[in-house]
Write a protein that binds this ligand. Structure first.
Ligand SMILES: NC(=O)c1ccc[n+]([C@@H]2O[C@H](COP(=O)([O-])OP(=O)(O)OC[C@H]3O[C@@H](n4cnc5c(N)ncnc54)[C@H](OP(=O)(O)O)[C@@H]3O)[C@@H](O)[C@H]2O)c1
Length: 342
């Protein structure tokens, strides 16, 4: 008899609906089948459901880039460098799917895109790590290549990527500034960041008073109007790393194109500053060897207790609409998870 699988499927714009359907295929060579316990909820998921995320798969699709769970079955190793057989059933793993599809009870994933979770890292902690910490790690260590003592600014500092960036800043000895709504400033401070008010751009003046020469890097995901301001607060030689291109969750291809064109133009007449575009799924495709060691470094920090990712709560998988509403209303602090075990 075929297994029944829980999944969130988008069949029409604006609706991510819980379904239970058939799924019984064994994993192909070099791949593993993972029973998902938690899938992370991110900004891109909500955009993809609404229809404005150019990197979303064609409908019908399941949103979600990241998963945490246990290996159900491993395919044959599948050739040199591939290790589908390297995971024993029951191994706790986390990972990313480069083209979404993680909002489901079982995922079939390239074994190179999953990493085993050390015993000392709890289930929820592990589930909070993949996308946000890899994004923050890429921004800090790869795109801006910051070194101890340098400074950065980030928008949404109390959100998923923002809190991850603040935690990594503390470990790497960086000075971090970030905007957040006033009621989230305590969280930003508790993570070692210097909170700034987003309202009416007062953050720009506050930042200029603390860093008159500008910051070494700015991390911004909110589109061209926001990039223009982040560009101004960079010191000469500074880097603006854009890790999202839409000002709102309703963004669409036009925002993405505008962001790419703006970045290209700035780099032609940069005057010492540079713009870089960061996409973790893109990095995974371009440089697969970057992914696993980066994730393992993050997991090692988590295992040593140096990382304590901020949880915005766990929703039972059927309550996906409520989870997305929470994200859209900006109420979240840290990261929200969907639980597929209930
Ligand atoms: N490049 C990649 O590979 C990658 C990977 C993961 C995420 N991302 C991107 O990272 C961004 C943040 O994702 P997330 O999951 O961390 O989101 P999140 O947890 O929902 O946090 C976002 C927070 O940013 C603030 N914000 C909203 N609109 C803003 C604006 N126009 N200007 C400044 N701040 C604003 C809000 O907090 P306050 O109201 O407190 O300010 C909001 O809660 C998204 O654009 C997402 O697509 C990119």
């Amino acid at each position: 008899m075929e297994a029944r699988m829980k999944a969130i499927i988008v069949r029409r714009p604006g609706f991510a609906e819980p379904e239970e359907g058939a799924d019984g295929r064994p994993p192909a060579p070099g791949r593993v089948r993972v029973r998902v316990r938690y899938a992370g909820v991110g900004w891109a998921d909500v955009m993809a459901v609404r229809g404005g995320y150019p990197l979303a798969p064609r409908r019908p699709f399941s949103p979600g880039y990241e998963f945490y769970g246990t290996v159900e079955e491993a395919g044959d190793p599948g050739g040199a460098g591939r290790s589908g057989g390297g995971f024993a059933p029951g191994t706790r793993v986390l990972g990313l799917l480069p083209r979404m599809g993680a909002y489901r009870e079982f995922v079939d994933v390239d074994a190179r895109l999953a990493a085993p979770v050390p015993d000392s890292v709890g289930d929820e902690t592990a589930a909070l790590l993949p996308l946000n910490y890899l994004t923050a790690f890429a921004l800090i260590t790869r795109l801006a290549a910051l070194e101890k003592g340098q400074s950065f600014f980030i928008h949404g500092a109390a959100g998923g990527v923002g809190t991850a960036a603040l935690e990594l800043a503390r470990i790497l000895g960086l000075k971090a500034y970030g905007t957040a709504s006033i009621e989230k400033h305590c969280l930003v401070s508790s993570l070692g960041g210097l909170p700034l008010a987003r309202k009416e751009d007062s953050w720009m003046g506050e930042l200029a008073r603390s860093e008159p020469g500008g910051v070494d890097a700015a991390f911004d995901s909110f589109g061209v109007p926001s990039f223009r301001k982040s560009w101004k607060i960079l010191k000469p030689g500074g880097i603006l790393a854009c890790y999202g291109l839409a000002p709102s969750l309703n963004g669409g291809p036009r925002d993405f194109l505008a962001g790419l064109l703006w970045a290209g133009a700035k780099n032609i007449m940069a005057g010492g500053k540079r713009v870089r575009i960061c996409s973790v799924p893109g990095l995974m495709a371009r440089d697969p060897l970057w992914f696993r060691p980066s994730l393992e470094r993050i997991l090692a920090w988590a295992a040593s207790g140096a990382l304590n990712p901020v949880s915005a709560g766990i929703h039972e998988w059927r309550r996906v609409a409520e989870a997305h509403r929470e994200l859209a209303e900006g109420r979240m602090r840290g990261k929200l998870l969907l639980d597929f075990s209930r």
